[in-house]
Unconditional design. Structure first.
Length: 398
């Protein structure tokens, strides 16, 4: 069957991790995939997760199926995290949430659901965007279009161009937005700008789909909610894909959620019925473990507090690495101004390193960076920062 079929290309992010694993160079550094590393260079299991797992292990009585949309407590807790416990959306019951296998699973389920009811819509993605967005929505059957987002000269959001693009989106099309910590650029809209974008979405009648994979990695769990809050305030339909891979460190548990917000509770019931029908024919119902862990942590006062503290530690370590990288390059006499890296948010920086430099770093120094120059700052530690700064300075000062 495969004799005449060409091999598929390796994934631009996860394929890099495979190459990194196989690299025998002891000094190798992985700045590719968006996975948090602590100061020791390991991806830890959070203490609050370990504590929750202990409780779950002792109390667990069955491995029977979860409901199609997952554990109901999980859905309720995810909504509180998204909208705030006292939000109008929760009080009026106009949002429904299903546990999905990771942020990717949530986006794909949302894509399948939208395709059923908006078969001729286009999905608009930011320029640039996370590489997998394209695959997820084209595989769900959508044609893609791009809206302007990042200005490589100013290293910031080109808000005028963004608005000009979004003005042209026809009613009924879908606009995929990064709710915070834009991947790959690390530059975000502020709350005022989100208000303008949300109002525009309502006026034009396009449907926002917020990819919210990094809640808590910008300024904090509550502070990072602006996009969701502004769309909620408009009262129109929108979708949110959450991921708990990063903020709970639950990467391999595939724990995410799709939340569909409607104008009324009555419509939300209809949305949930179709959400369940969509999930049933893909993976039937979700894996339990990650969702039970998240639900327990969020619903328990002590564990919740502990989680917020651990999340703060992760966020602050990444910020410290941003400062260290910029200072390290200045110290080595690099003439390019990299100071913008310190104001970018989340795990990533669009470093401005060209593809030929990215290749040089990999071939000569075993430093792995995603094509296009996206660096995962969380892969830097005090043990490898000098090595990385030396390598970048060597190539840029040459
Ligand atoms: C990333 O962008 O590196 C992460 O979201 C991991 C992934 O699945 O690509």
């Amino acid at each position: 069957m495969w004799q005449k079929i060409e091999a598929a290309p390796a994934d631009s992010i996860l394929g890099l991790t495979d190459a990194f694993r196989n690299d025998p160079n002891p000094q190798k550094v992985n700045l590719g995939v968006g996975v948090y590393k602590d100061e020791k260079g390991t991806t830890p299991i959070l203490e609050c997760v370990k504590a929750a797992e202990k409780i779950l292990l002792s109390e667990e009585v069955t491995k029977s199926y979860l409901p199609i949309s997952g554990d109901p407590l999980y859905g309720r807790e995810v909504q509180k995290l998204l909208f705030g416990a006292d939000s109008e959306v929760i009080k009026t019951g106009r949002a429904v949430t299903a546990h999905a296998p990771g942020g990717t699973g949530a986006l794909r389920v949302g894509g399948e659901l939208l395709k059923k009811f908006k078969p001729t819509a286009k999905v608009w993605i930011s320029n640039p965007t996370w590489a997998n967005h394209k695959g997820i929505f084209t595989t769900a059957g959508f044609e893609l279009a791009t809206y302007d987002y990042y200005n490589p000269t100013t290293k910031s959001v080109d808000f005028e161009a963004l608005i000009a693009s979004l003005e042209t989106v026809p009613s009924g099309d879908i606009v995929l937005l990064h709710a915070c910590c834009h991947n790959p650029s690390g530059v975000d809209l502020n709350c005022e700008q989100w208000k303008i974008v949300a109002a525009l979405g309502k006026e034009k009648g396009w449907i926002a789909f917020l990819d919210f994979a990094y809640q808590g990695f910008g300024d904090g769990v509550n502070e990072d909610r602006c996009a969701v809050e502004e769309f909620a305030a408009t009262g129109v339909d929108f979708f949110v894909a959450s991921s708990f891979s990063k903020n709970f460190g639950l990467y391999n548990e595939r724990c995410g959620a799709l939340t569909v917000v409607s104008p009324s509770a009555k419509e939300a019931v209809v949305a949930m019925s179709h959400l369940k029908a969509t999930i049933r024919v893909i993976y039937s119902n979700p894996p339990a473990h990650g969702g039970l862990v998240v639900a327990l942590i969020l619903s328990d006062e002590e564990l919740h507090k502990q989680w917020l503290a651990e999340l703060t530690t992760m966020r602050e370590r990444i910020k410290a690495m941003r400062e260290a990288l910029v200072a390290g390059l200045v110290k080595r006499g690099v003439k390019e101004d990299f100071s913008y890296i310190t104001s970018q948010r989340g795990m990533f920086s669009f470093s401005g390193l060209s593809d030929s430099i990215v290749k040089w770093l990999r071939d000569n120094k075993a430093i792995y960076v995603v094509g296009g120059g996206r660096i995962n700052l969380a892969g830097l530690t005090s043990s490898n920062i000098d090595y990385v700064c030396d390598a970048i300075a060597e190539v840029l000062n040459a």
